[in-house]
Design a protein around this ligand. Sequence first.
Ligand code: BGC
Length: 737
Amino acid sequence: MVTARAEPGAGAIDGRVERLLGQMTLAEKIGQLTLVHVEPGELPGDLRAAVRAGKAGAVLDVVDVATVNELQRIAAHDSRLGIPLLVGRDVIHGFKTVLPIPLGQAAAWNPDLVQQGARMAALEAAASGVNWTFAPMIDIARDPRWGRIAESFGEDSHLAAVLGAAAIRGFQGDGLSRPGAIAACAKHFVGYGASEGGRDYGYVGIPEVDLRNVHMPPFRAAADAGVATFMAAFSDVNGVPASANPFLLRTVLRGEWKFPGFVVSDWDSIVDMVVHGLVANDEEAALAALSAGVDMEMVSTTYRDHLPGLLAAKRIDPRLLDNAVRNVLRVKLQLGLFERTATDPAAYPGVASAANLALARELATQSLVLLQNRNGVLPLAPQRLHSLAVIGPLADDAYEQLGTWAPDGDPALSRTPLQAIRETVGARVTVRHVRAMATTRTVTTAGFTEAVAAASGADASVLFLGEESILSGESHSRASIDLPGNQLDLVRAVKRAGKPVIVVILAGRPLTIEPILAHADAVLYAWHPGVMAGPAIADILFGVESPSGKLPVTFPRVVGQVPLYYAHRSTGKPASQASFLHIDDIAARTPQAGLKNASQYLDAGYAPLYEFGYGLSYTSFTYADIAVAPTRARVGVPISVRAVVRNVGQVAGDEVAQLYVRDLVGSVTRPVRELKGFQRIHLEPGESREVAFQLSADDLAFYGRDLTRAVEPGSFHVWIGGSSSADLRADFELTAD
Ligand code: BGC
């Protein structure tokens, strides 16, 4: 077993940092700021030499434990000062045991499971010698065209803040020096999710007030949770790329938040400064990045190549360099790396263990969102079935169900939906499997005849559709977010067989699925659920579990509505049922003033297909008796809000009760609703429970017109319910004195 060590004290660490720093040559200092990428399976001889010379302080993408141990041995024993390496890896949603993609994890609205998942991933990764992960990604993602929405916790600042902090606690455990703790990295600071047009790496234009109120809160929460490192975004934020942005990295992160860890650039994001057109050459890029507060350079080598010259020319204050080195050394000492240079995989017996697979199954089950269930077609009762058709390109694909960013995932661990369905229904039920399309992008109808024949001969069909993992993730944005290829036609064709049709969608983003709703009796949104996709989905299909996932992101009806999110501003002319006339209902030669002026689309209205927080269950929950106390109070007095949730259906189920607030008047306009709390509760049929929330001053504070953070006195609405459309409301008022 791994054994515990005592947590080193801050004073002792600072003393060791200073002693090391005092002995370091310039090359060794720059070495600590150099993060070297190693191609899998390849260990260049010059890397060994660089480590020996103290010129490489960190590596990424080495996951072979023998290689990691060799490098750590060279660093610890053959280099002059014996400083061990940081070994970084993208442990995004599990390591060997792949969990649902982060967007799917967010749909579980269960911080405790997210924390457990990160803990599990940390232990698996640590068994390979990894001591640093580039996660969690806590960018606010409001544009499903952006491929990296898959890696995010969705559109909401509060949800992302809570889940991000949970992931950090999971990765870093009870203390960085504890066994199996790995340093986490809050990324990508900041605004990356708002890339123009959902095109990856695109320009980000966000007013400071929205940066602070919407995009920064998860990062602030990460800093408060003690995250060891931050990653500067690729993005050009308001004209100054994040990797050279002193306002973000010095004024906010260090100045206001007092972040003590280190900041790493993103991959080549320092040399990219030249491509952005911020600086003319690599030397100026190094100057801009270090001056702005990027401590460590990922992959590109402008620090190594140009800091000596910049120092010699007195263009960089040597104290700036020393501080960056201090930040890195401090994290290495906090991690206890000097005391544990060798990794013994036998000390980590749990990789892909039964317990890990059980956790993966639980998280996947809770992440599944039931969007439609006409006539209660789900759950299916195996004892009443004779035959089932299982159709589609993602029904039995051990690799695709893992999703994006699963470089260490092992598809051999995957249990596919087809396998799990077969196991659940047993030999008595005939299961006929037809892939029908080679991939989700197939445009022929060659496999349709067989699919329709299977559907005709079965009691019901379950279609597994969506997107392969390659269609989301970094640099994999899409301009159309429809189901790719001929999938809509496949649903139509199968429906014509006249039997119930259940569609399960595996995808890295919200897709515009409205066209399938008329042909699908039930729709279950599964994201990319990871290795245990099969059992989790089968448990829902056959009613072993009641669905309990809720959308962490708004589903648009058509892509042209994007960005579409629940916490939008009112505008001066908000749309409503009364304001809306569909394009097909507008009479010829209607005068320009003949329609109501409202913030809407003539052809797509104003409402989403499914709102944030939405998700069905096999039972029904009602909300009643909302109460606020006090209803009038001075700013700063905590407000308690409670309501009674009742399970009025026939089966037990989990419900995610959500609390939303509207601050009616602000010095800057406030969102029409903001999530401020949520609780996942379990209720037996007929059972009711009071859910209680406290709204502190911190919950109600925001950055106003003068860009200071405060609660502004005035009237508030508060709702408790099962989605962002909750209508059970109470009001309260805050006074200045
Ligand atoms: C991504 C980061 C990732 C890094 C290292 C970059 O391309 O933007 O999120 O951590 O690569 O793999």
